[in-house]
Design a binder for this molecule. Structure first.
Ligand code: DAH
Length: 357
C-alpha cells in the first residue's frame, strides 16, 4: 500500500495537464483501478486482516482523491494565468489611429443639434420606435378617420385574425415623444427628441427609415415669437454663420394651432447652397403652437399652459450642411463613403469648441 501511495502521489505531482491527471485517476481509483482491485481482495481476507486493511485502503483512496483534486485546481489556475497573460490589454494606451472608426453624419448632426438646443435649456428625451397608435396619432389630435393617417404611409405591426386590440405602429414621426415627455414631467417643460422614424416610401429623397428631431417648449406665456427666435438661433449656430432669417409659412398640422412651415433664407447662386443670404427659401420642417387637445391628452391643463412644438428632418439637415446629394447613401454602409463624410470619433460637437471643425 505504501508503494502504491508513493507511486501515485509522485505521478500526480508530475502530471502536466488535466488529461494526464484524468488518466491517473482512472488507473488509481477508477472502477478497474489499482485501488479498486485491492478493495476486491478484502473479500478473501480473514475478518481480522480485513479490519486492518479496510480502513487503510479507504484512507489511501481518500488521500489520492484529495491529491487529484488539489492538482486539478492548481492546473486550471495555471491555465487561467497563462490565458490572462496572452489576453492582457492595456486599456490606458491611446487608440491606434489606423484603427479609429468614424462617426456617421447622422450621429454627428444629431449631436450638433442636441448641443445647440441644450445651450438654450432643452433636455433630450426619447420614446419607443414601436409606438401605440394612441401616442402616434390619437393623442396628437389625429383621430382614426383623419386623412393624415393615410398620408403617413404607416407601417403597422402584424396582428392575428380576431385580435381586436388597438394596433402598434412603427412611429411615423417623433411627435409622440411630446406626449410621453409631458406625461412624465408635466409643465413647464423644454425638450428635444431626436430619433428614428418610419414610413413606407423609397426614392432619392425618401427612405423607409429616417430621422427627425422634435422640439417642445411649454410654459405660461410662450408664443410664436419665442419659437421664431429659437429657430433662428438654431439655424445660425447649426450652419455656422452669423444670422439666418426664418420665414413662417401658414400651414396645417392636426397637433398645432396655428401651424407654420419653417423656411430658412438661402441662395443657390452658382449651384451651391449658401444660408443666410439670397432670395431663395429652404424648407426645413413644421412647427406651431401646441393644440389644446394635445396638451389635454398629455395631462397638461391648456387653460394654464401653452407653448410651441417643431419637427425638423435630421437627414435633410445633414445633406444640406455637408453637401450629401443622395439620402440613400446614409444607409448603405459603404466604408469609402463613411471615410469621406465621417467625423473623428473623439471630436464631440460643442458650441464653444466648434460644432464640426
Ligand atoms: N410630425 C410632423 C411630421 O412628421 C412634423 C411636425 C410638424 C412636428 C409640426 C411638430 C410640429 O412638432 O409642430 O410631418
Amino acid at each position: 500500500m505504501d508503494d502504491l501511495r508513493d507511486k501515485y502521489i509522485d505521478l500526480i505531482a508530475r502530471a502536466e495537464d488535466e488529461a494526464a491527471l484524468e488518466d491517473l485517476r482512472v488507473q488509481a481509483v477508477g472502477k478497474k483501478g489499482q485501488i479498486s482491485l485491492q478493495m476486491r481482495e478484502l473479500g478473501k481476507m480473514t475478518p481480522e486482516e480485513r479490519q486492518v486493511a479496510g480502513p487503510k485502503l479507504n484512507a489511501l483512496k481518500d488521500e489520492i482523491n484529495a491529491a487529484l483534486s488539489a492538482k486539478k485546481a492548481a492546473l486550471s489556475d495555471a491555465a487561467l494565468d497563462a490565458r490572462l497573460k496572452t489576453e492582457w490589454l492595456d486599456v490606458t494606451l491611446p487608440a491606434r489611429p489606423q484603427r479609429q472608426g468614424s462617426i456617421h453624419p447622422i450621429s454627428q448632426v444629431t449631436e450638433e443639434v442636441s448641443a445647440i438646443f441644450a445651450d438654450m435649456g432643452f433636455s433630450v428625451a426619447e420614446g419607443p420606435q414601436i409606438e401605440s397608435d394612441w401616442y402616434n396619432f390619437d393623442a396628437l389630435n389625429i383621430p382614426s378617420h383623419h386623412p393624415a393617417r393615410a398620408e403617413m404611409d404607416t407601417f403597422y405591426t402584424h396582428r392575428d385574425e380576431g385580435d381586436n386590440r388597438p394596433p402598434h405602429v412603427l412611429r411615423t414621426h417623433t411627435s409622440p415623444v411630446q406626449i410621453r415627455s409631458m406625461q412624465a414631467q408635466g409643465a413647464p417643460i423644454r425638450v428635444i427628441a431626436p430619433g428614428r422614424v418610419y414610413r413606407a416610401d423609397y426614392d432619392q429623397t425618401h427612405t423607409p427609415m429616417f430621422h427627425q428631431i422634435e422640439g417642445l417648449a411649454i410654459d405660461r406665456d410662450i408664443s410664436m415669437a419665442n419659437l421664431k427666435w429659437c429657430l433662428e438661433e438654431f439655424a445660425a449656430a447649426f450652419f455656422e454663420v452669423d444670422h439666418i432669417e426664418v420665414r413662417f409659412r401658414a400651414s396645417h398640422f392636426p397637433f398645432t394651432e396655428p401651424s407654420a412651415e419653417i423656411d430658412f433664407r438661402c441662395s443657390w447662386e452658382g449651384g451651391t447652397l449658401k444660408l443666410g443670404e439670397g432670395d431663395d427659401w429652404l424648407e426645413a420642417g413644421g412647427s406651431g403652437m401646441v393644440h389644446p387637445k394635445v396638451l389635454e391628452a398629455a395631462g397638461v391643463d391648456p387653460n394654464e399652459w401653452q407653448g410651441f412644438a417643431f419637427g425638423l428632418g435630421i437627414d435633410r439637415l445633414a445633406m444640406l450642411k455637408y453637401g450629401i446629394p443622395d439620402l440613400r447613401a446614409f444607409f448603405e454602409s459603404d466604408l469609402r463613403w463613411l471615410k469621406h463624410y465621417g467625423f473623428a470619433a473623439l471630436d464631440v460637437p460643442t458650441l464653444h469648441g466648434g460644432l464640426s471643425r
